[in-house]
Design a protein around this ligand. Structure first.
Ligand code: NAP
Length: 262
């Protein structure tokens, strides 16, 4: 992406929800942005972001594939990335054995493989330069065995853990790594995961703008992690001292579809 003298951010999953709000905040803060998502809606988001006056390039590609990530990395074109927001992710509701295995793979390859492949490439450039900020969207779901959303929660456990480890490895490098851990947030993720017919799907949720601003500010401060909102901070603290079997049962009550409850 062409140099303009402005700072430069890359935001994945910027077409909706938390990623949209992260990209908007970047643009409002004067970052040029390279944004990506896998559906055409990314272009409509780019049109909104361009109204701030910064340079915006939108890519429609599948970040569950190495080719998709390679294309995104290629579009950076050697420009210095000041901030990377590794945010794209997908949920997947229903009991594990009732999910299609191709959907399961898509979740793992988007939430884990594509995410860490992008971090591997952009992170190496940042380390070489001795400068950069990374925000990874994990989740408080990563603290809880996710009955009726088992694969998704496991991917977020991976991402939360990975983020802390990468931060530690990079601590002398000049690059900061921050893990944003939202609770249930009012985005399209529940509809796409076919979870509207669940207690969590119907519950009141956090505003994605508030969540994104909490993450953006934590990243700029160079914090290690941030759980968005006091209620989620309490849930995370309780999860840390509660046996996994009890957490799994509590998650069942939140995520089991009403249609399959006994
Ligand atoms: N909402 C919550 O309750 C919650 C809680 C904790 C963590 N999170 C995490 O927050 C992040 C953002 O999710 P959200 O809640 O804002 O949901 P969302 O509105 O569904 O946004 C997800 C974004 O990721 C993109 N994406 C998904 N799979 C992709 C792929 N294979 N290739 C390229 N782009 C892909 C989507 O693009 P398309 O629109 O083009 O598909 C969309 O822009 C995710 O990592 C999610 O796990 C969400």
């Amino acid at each position: 992406m062409a140099h303009t003298g402005r700072r430069f951010a890359v935001v994945t999953g910027a077409s909706s929800g938390i990623g949209y709000e992260l990209a908007l905040r970047c643009a409002q803060e004067g970052f040029d942005i390279l944004i990506a998502a896998d559906r055409p809606e990314i272009e409509a988001a780019a049109t909104v972001f361009r109204r701030t006056g910064v340079s915006v390039k939108a890519l429609q590609l599948d970040l569950s594939t190495t080719q998709g990530v390679d294309t995104l990395y290629g579009e950076i074109g050697g420009r210095q990335v000041d901030a990377l927001f590794a945010n794209a992710g997908q949920g997947l509701g229903h009991a594990f054995l009732d999910q299609s295995f191709s959907d399961i793979q898509q979740v793992i390859e988007t939430n884990i493989t594509g995410t860490i492949y992008l971090l591997h490439q952009v992170g190496a450039d940042m380390r070489q330069r001795g400068q950069g900020r990374i925000l990874i969207t994990g989740s408080i779901a990563g603290f809880v065995p996710g009955s009726f959303q088992a694969v998704y929660n496991a991917t977020k456990a991976f991402i939360n853990s990975f983020s802390f480890a990468l931060r530690n490895e990079m601590k002398e490098s000049g690059v900061t790594v921050t893990c944003l851990m939202p609770g249930a947030t009012d985005t399209e993720v529940f509809e796409r995961a076919d979870m509207l017919d669940t207690t969590v799907g119907k519950a009141k949720k956090d505003d994605p703008k508030d969540v994104a601003n909490i993450g953006f500010d934590a990243m700029m401060r160079g914090d290690g992690d941030v759980v968005a909102g006091w209620k989620n901070k309490m849930l995370a603290a309780i999860a840390n001292v509660t046996p996994s079997s009890i957490l799994a049962e509590a998650h069942r009550a939140m995520a089991e579809p009403d249609s399959t409850k006994q």
